[in-house]
Design a protein around this ligand. Structure first.
Ligand code: GAL
Length: 665
């Protein structure tokens, strides 16, 4: 099995390419402009189903043959889509049961994209048939470098509540729970007279008078992620059968998307690819980008990954679609590269003239190549050509953050102690503090082997059956920092009794008797000068040392932050929603005590990649300056973009980028 599109030489650079939106004479100019811009990989045919299978079973591949041939003549590799992300109108008209249904029973229509139900046997059969037809047609095509199955599974429809999904959900539940008794127990159906006496009574969580059963919601989230994963696997298996040497991927939306448990998905792709879009109005969008990139590297198990989509400038789906500043496209590309991407592609190659994405930026804008965007595209394309030696190198971090889609799902349910808590924002707040301290982090799944990390941050790991991996990590000398809303329930959603934070209570040496969430906008003070919002709890130290207590709010004098020494290790507990400087200070202290060096921090992002050149170990520093002042980096080596040797340090220009092959001094 191949785990990377190795046919592509060097770093991958390119875009989604949608030639079907253009007359053929534009295609020649496309290839010419791609060559000028150093493009070497494009994703083709993602939304082409209606033009490839023009009526049921009648395929028309002629136009795609010509596209692939031209790209090959131009030396450009193809990440060929299976084209199954947007079923054509003929299909949903002939088989309306393919269409998905909302929790309110509304059947969604065709006329946009992704109008299919994950459990529809018709959709699955037609999608797999199209994937097979494409693989049979193009298996020997010399441009084929990778397969791109579907597109952003679940992006618009990650949950379907139709009758077919009800049947599939029951089958999934039988496989998970075995018996109805076990299901009744797991869901706690003694509550509100929900006891089931036959499988047929069980429904997806459709519109109900008031709140659903939490176990039902959590299992439906798991089921829905698995149902889409089964669809992916059905297409992937056909591709693997026909083209075993061509790696298969599907593009994730890791950082902001709760619909799929990407830890499970990542195990099924040959290589991980991801889409990330910054929010133009977010002043910290470069930190959000870094967060996404580190999470994706975690999904890739530390191996190189591909940024399948980002934007050259504005998108078209935010409230205000802000154009990128000069140099921002370049900084964004390098920031992904720094964090382990071996290629950065865009949505899309040529800006559409028609359709709902016509105001979304592209590598070739409406105004043509004589533009800031295309010039920057050409610049980075040329630079990437000088960076081929980085391919295959990896990023090593000494700090890990545990990320859990199941806790995200569980904490997104209604009827929790506060509606002001949001799992991704909570994880991001901790990530941001580490980023600002210049610390590179890995993201790991719950239960991962933590032994190679000096510090592990566990933000709101809510649904935990048992804390053994974390106990072993601390016993072995690890430093663990756990935040509130961790360990509260098991993975069925049942609360661990005896005091919070349940599964972590003993390890942390604390016991909470009651949660005290704060009022909207309430801020409480701690005696170490920190402040907290959103959350406090009535905590007792039970062996742990108290580092800070509240001086006001509902719990004056009660511990808020504790530290427990166990074996050779340390376990911190943060029982409140620390904000701003307080959170930054705490994380810096934890990092320092764990013996991890702080980076330059501030606006300059510096990440080290390690690999080999001609059999010798080599390291590179990729530095991106997001600020408005030049910065000096103390490093010796060769700056690869200019080719200059930098014996006594290098200047990272304001808004600029450097890549240095380091030399030992
Ligand atoms: C992605 C999608 C692309 C395009 C892009 C626009 O979510 O995969 O097809 O729609 O967004 O930003």
């Amino acid at each position: 099995m191949t785990t990377w599109p190795t046919r592509v030489r060097g770093l991958a650079w390119g875009a989604d390419y949608n030639p079907e939106q253009w007359p053929e004479d534009v295609w020649s100019e496309d290839v010419e402009l791609m060559r000028r811009a150093g493009v070497n990989l494009v994703s083709v045919a993602i939304f082409s189903w209606a033009l490839l299978e023009v009526e049921e079973g009648r395929y028309e591949f002629g136009w795609l043959d010509r596209v692939l041939d031209r790209l090959h003549e131009g030396g450009i590799w193809v990440d060929l889509a299976t084209a199954t992300a947007a079923p054509p109108p003929w299909l949903t008209t002939a088989y309306p049961e393919v269409l998905p249904e909302t929790a309110d029973g509304v059947r969604l229509s065709h006329g946009s994209r992704q109008s299919y139900c994950p459990s529809s046997p018709v959709y699955r059969a037609k999608a797999v048939a199209l994937a097979r037809a494409l693989a049979e047609r193009y298996r020997e095509h010399p441009a084929l470098a990778a397969w791109h199955v579907n597109n952003e599974y679940g992006c618009h429809v990650s949950r379907c509540y139709c009758d077919r999904c009800a049947v599939a959900f029951r089958a999934w539940l039988r496989a998970r729970h075995g018996t109805l008794d076990a299901l009744n127990d797991a869901w706690g159906t003694a509550f509100w007279s929900q006891h089931y006496t036959s499988w047929e009574q069980i429904l997806p969580p459709r519109a109900t008078p008031t709140s659903h059963n939490p176990g039902q919601l959590l299992d439906f989230d798991r089921f829905s992620s698995d149902a889409l994963l089964e669809l992916f696997k059905a297409e992937r298996d056909v591709l693997r059968e026909l083209t075993p040497d061509v790696p298969v991927t599907t593009n994730f939306m890791a950082a902001g998307f709760s619909g799929l448990d990407y830890w499970k998905w990542a195990a099924e792709v040959d290589f991980v690819s991801n889409d990330h879009y910054t929010r133009g109005e977010d002043d910290e969008r470069h930190i959000d980008l870094a967060y996404s990139a580190d999470l994706v590297r975690g999904l890739a198990g530390g191996r190189p990954w591909l940024l399948m989509e980002h934007s050259t400038s504005a998108v078209n789906w935010q409230p205000r679609n802000i154009a990128k500043l000069p140099g921002e496209l370049r900084r964004n590309s390098y920031a992904h590269l720094a964090r382990g991407a071996d290629g950065t592609l865009f949505f899309q190659w040529r800006q559409s003239r028609a359709g709902s994405e016509r105001y979304h930026s592209a590598m070739v804008p409406h105004a043509g190549p004589d533009t800031k965007v295309y010039r920057e595209v050409e610049q980075v394309g040329a630079e990437y050509g000088r960076l081929a030696e980085l391919v295959g190198s990896t990023v090593a971090a000494e700090v890990a953050v545990v990320f859990d889609w199941e806790s995200w799902w569980a904490l997104s349910q209604p009827n929790h102690p506060t509606g002001d808590f949001a799992y991704p924002a909570h994880v991001f707040a901790h990530y941001r503090a580490l980023w600002r301290a210049g610390v590179t982090v890995d993201f790991v799944p719950p239960g991962a082997d933590l032994s190679r990390y000096r510090l592990v941050v566990v933000p709101a790991l809510y649904a935990v059956d048992d804390a053994t991996p974390y106990e072993e990590y601390v016993a072995g000398g690890g430093h663990l920092l756990v935040t509130y809303l961790s360990g509260v329930t098991d993975t069925r959603g049942h609360v661990h009794l005896g005091g919070y934070p349940g599964a972590f209570r003993e390890l942390l040496g604390v016991r909470t008797e009651e949660f005290h969430p704060l009022r909207a906008d309430q801020v409480v003070a701690l005696d170490d000068g920190s402040t907290a919002a959103v959350w406090t709890e009535h905590l007792h130290a039970d062996g742990a040392k108290v580092l800070a207590s509240y001086t006001d709010g509902p719990l004056p004098g009660v511990p808020a932050v504790t530290r427990n020494e166990r074996g050779d290790g340390v376990a911190w507990y943060v029982a409140c929603g620390l904000v701003g400087d307080g959170l930054a200070r705490l994380l810096r202290t934890a990092v320092e005590q764990a013996g991890v060096p702080l980076g330059p921090g501030g606006d300059v992002e510096v990440v080290r990649r390690r690999g080999e050149v001609a059999g010798s170990a080599v390291s590179w520093l990729v530095a991106v300056n997001h600020g408005s002042r030049d910065a000096k980096l103390p490093v010796t080596g060769v700056e690869l973009l200019s080719g200059a040797r930098v014996p006594g340090g290098v200047v990272v220009p304001a808004g600029g980028v450097v890549v240095i092959r380091e030399e030992e001094v």
